[in-house]
Design a binder for this molecule. Structure first.
Ligand SMILES: *[C@@H]1O[C@H](CO)[C@@H](O)[C@H](O)[C@H]1NC(C)=O
Ligand SMILES: *[C@@H]1O[C@H](CO)[C@@H](O)[C@H](O)[C@H]1NC(C)=O
Length: 260
C-alpha cells in the first residue's frame, strides 16, 4: 500500500511542478519608461540597495501588471492548461491540470541584491521571499501501476509559507538601435519552501482513504518535493530564461540602469 501511495503521490506532485507552459505575452518594444518606474545609475556606490528598492517598489504592482513594460498581471498568476506524461516501466500515467492559479506573488519581499557589471558581463544574485503562496486548480489523471488502473479527478490546493528564492541571472550587454540591452545566458534559481499544506479531493473514490493519502503527502511533502526539484527546475528554468530574455529584448537595459 505505501509503495502505491508513494508512486501515486510522486506522480501528482511532479505534475504539479512540471506545468510546461507559461502564458504568452506580446512583448512590444519599450520607447520610454513611465515616470513612476524606479531607475538606478551605473556608477552608484549603493547600486545593490538601489536595485533592491527598485525591485521592491515594482513587486506590489505585479497585481495589476505594468503594461508599458510588458509585465502581465501576476497575482493571481494563471498558468493555463498543462499535462505531463510519466513512464517508468512499473508506473505509467498521464496527468492533466487546468485552471491552475497562483496567489501571493505580489506580496514578495526583496531581501538582498548583489549586482556586478564588468566588461559588459552582468552577474546578479537576488534573494527574495514570499510570506504565503496559495495555488489552486483542477486535475485529472490516468495511472497504470502494474495491473492496477486509477482515474483520479478533482480539485486541489496547496498553501506554502515562507517561500524563499535565490536567483542568479548571468548575462551580457549588447548594443542595438542606439540602446544597450541585456541578454541572459543563464538563470539559476534555488527555491525553498518553509512549510506546505496540500489538499485534494477525488484522489480515490473513498473519502476516508483520500484523507489517508493527504496525511501521507502532508507528512512527507519535503522528501517528495526534494526528489522532484531537480527535474522541475530543469523544466522551468529554460521557460523563465526565455521569458526574461523576451522581456529584456523589448526593454533597453540602459533605461533601467542609466549611464552616469
Ligand atoms: C482547499 O481545498 C480543501 C479541500 O477541497 C477545501 O476544504 C479548502 O477550503 C480549500 N482551501 C481554500 C483556502 O480554499
Ligand atoms: C524563511 O526561510 C529562510 C530560509 O529558509 C529562513 O532563513 C527564515 O528564517 C525563514 N523565515 C521565517 C519567518 O520562517
Amino acid at each position: 500500500m505505501s509503495r502505491l501511495l508513494c508512486a501515486f503521490v510522486l506522480l501528482l506532485i511532479s505534475a504539479a511542478c512540471l506545468a510546461q507552459e507559461l502564458p504568452t505575452v506580446n512583448f512590444k518594444p519599450v520607447r520610454e519608461l513611465p515616470a513612476d518606474i524606479p531607475t538606478c545609475r551605473e556608477g552608484d556606490l549603493n547600486i545593490n540597495e538601489c536595485i533592491r528598492q527598485g525591485l521592491q517598489q515594482i513587486t506590489p504592482r505585479m497585481k495589476y501588471g505594468i503594461s508599458e513594460l510588458n509585465i502581465p498581471p501576476l497575482d493571481p498568476f494563471e498558468m493555463g492548461k498543462s499535462s505531463y506524461n510519466y513512464n517508468s516501466g512499473l508506473l505509467q500515467g498521464r496527468i492533466a491540470m487546468k485552471n491552475v492559479v497562483v496567489h501571493g506573488l505580489s506580496e514578495g519581499i526583496v531581501d538582498k541584491v548583489n549586482f556586478r557589471l564588468k566588461n559588459r558581463q552582468v552577474r546578479m544574485e537576488i534573494l527574495s521571499h514570499v510570506p504565503q503562496m496559495f495555488v489552486e486548480g483542477a486535475y485529472k489523471a490516468d495511472i497504470k501501476l502494474n495491473d492496477l488502473k486509477l482515474n483520479p479527478k478533482g480539485t486541489f490546493n496547496v498553501t506554502m509559507t515562507n517561500v524563499t528564492m535565490r536567483a542568479r541571472p548571468i548575462g551580457e550587454l549588447y548594443d542595438n538601435d542606439g540602446h544597450t540591452y541585456l541578454r541572459l545566458n543563464k538563470l539559476e534559481t534555488e527555491p525553498k519552501i518553509g512549510d506546505l499544506r496540500f489538499y485534494a479531493n477525488g484522489l480515490v473514490p473513498d473519502p476516508a482513504l483520500n484523507d489517508v493519502i493527504l496525511d501521507f503527502i502532508n507528512q512527507y511533502w519535503r522528501q517528495l518535493y526534494e526528489s522532484m526539484l531537480p527535474e522541475t527546475l530543469a523544466t522551468w528554468q529554460p521557460l523563465i530564461l526565455k521569458s526574461s530574455n523576451d522581456f529584456f529584448a523589448a526593454l533597453p537595459f540602459d533605461m533601467l540602469l542609466t549611464k552616469n
